[in-house]
Write a protein that binds this ligand. Structure first.
Ligand SMILES: Cc1cc2nc3c(=O)[nH]c(=O)nc-3n(C[C@H](O)[C@H](O)[C@H](O)COP(=O)(O)O)c2cc1C
Length: 320
């Protein structure tokens, strides 16, 4: 087979935003970037999705809040984060120095918290001059965290609420608006359709899967809160199926994540209909994974003479 001698075009359009490539780093596994600057070239990422930002600082849940399980990790961090004010004052200046797109993961305990946070960030970044790189290129609404008692996943399981929150935030920003979906629902396609109806530019799926592990010697749960969110390779088939269902239901792009560790894993998502992907838990054991995955996707495209990412989903073949 003739090998394509030009570089494939790996850019991805998410509403008004063009991602230079499809490989982003998932919220909660990359902090706000600074923590990783020595470990990989952040500027080469397709997108950085920040740790969740909530209105007030959150200490998170009681430890133990992380445990390894077969091919996975259960976490119950509880959205620990320094809160909106520290984000505005301390994180935004660093994010402005990055050349990769930055999407802020937003979480609220009420509908008004989502709008208050986005409004405050929009106001702050309005101070940056035209032509200057904006510190924030979009938002990812976390309507899907299983680790909190209020908000989070409770919002993401109700299509009407998803549509309403998305619409309210949409009115506040022209920047890219992504709604992050939970796999812990009966029909993810309905939730994706609700986000699309609320005028989201894309949906991302999946957040973690509700999980529990128990030590049979002590008869205690391995996570203080009992249940937590399962991530890592154990959930990849769930994520791929969710992306496939969502991508068949909506016209907006679907961003796939859940258990991606290498280029082949990412390609599964792209074949299932994802326009872009995110790498999460894999970063903990290999911080360079996102860039290795990007190189692997490009090599796979070159070998098959594929010029653009948009051509990939049509390659999915079902046994006849
Ligand atoms: C330690 C940890 C913290 C996370 N924090 C967030 C968060 O703040 N907001 C969010 O939307 N998702 C959060 N997630 C979910 C991930 O972004 C991702 O959806 C999930 O882990 C599945 O991808 P993975 O298997 O590649 O990790 C977190 C995941 C982990 C493991």
């Amino acid at each position: 087979m003739e090998i394509l001698n030009r570089e494939p075009d790996v850019s991805v359009q998410i509403g008004p935003l063009v991602l230079p490539n499809p490989v982003g780093v998932a919220s909660g596994t990359f902090g706000y970037g600074q923590e990783y600057q020595e470990l990989l070239d952040i500027h080469r990422l397709g997108a950085l999705y920040t740790k969740a930002v909530s209105l007030e600082p959150k200490a998170g849940n009681k430890p133990p809040r992380l445990v390894e399980t077969p091919s996975g990790l259960i976490n119950s961090i509880g959205l620990a984060n320094p809160g909106l004010q520290v984000f505005l004052d301390e994180k935004i200046p660093y994010l402005q120095s990055l050349s990769c797109p930055v999407l802020v993961n937003v979480v609220g305990e009420s509908e008004s918290e989502y709008t208050t946070i986005v409004e405050a960030i929009e106001k702050r970044i309005g101070d940056y001059q035209e032509g200057e790189k904006s510190p924030v290129d979009g938002y990812e609404l976390n309507l899907s965290c299983p680790n909190v008692d209020k908000g989070g996943m409770a919002f993401g399981t109700e299509p009407d609420l998803v549509e309403r929150i998305t619409r309210k935030v949409r009115r506040l920003t022209r920047r890219a608006l992504v709604v992050k979906l939970s796999p812990n629902v009966t029909d993810i396609a309905q939730i994706a359709l609700a986000a699309e109806a609320g005028k989201a530019d894309a949906v991302s799926c999946i957040n973690t899967v509700v999980g529990m592990a128990i030590d049979v010697k002590t008869c205690k749960p391995l996570i203080a809160r009992g249940i937590g969110g399962l991530s890592g390779p154990a959930i990849r088939p769930i994520g791929v199926a969710c992306v496939w269902k969502a991508a068949r239901a909506v016209r907006i792009p679907v961003i796939g994540l859940g258990g991606i560790t290498c280029a082949d894993d990412a390609l599964e998502y792209l074949l299932a209909g994802a326009s872009a992907i995110q790498v999460g838990t894999a970063i903990f054991s290999n911080p360079r994974a996102p860039l290795e995955i990007l190189d692997g996707i490009k090599a796979w495209m070159r070998e098959r003479n594929i010029g653009t990412l948009g051509e990939i989903p049509a390659l999915l073949r079902f046994p006849s």
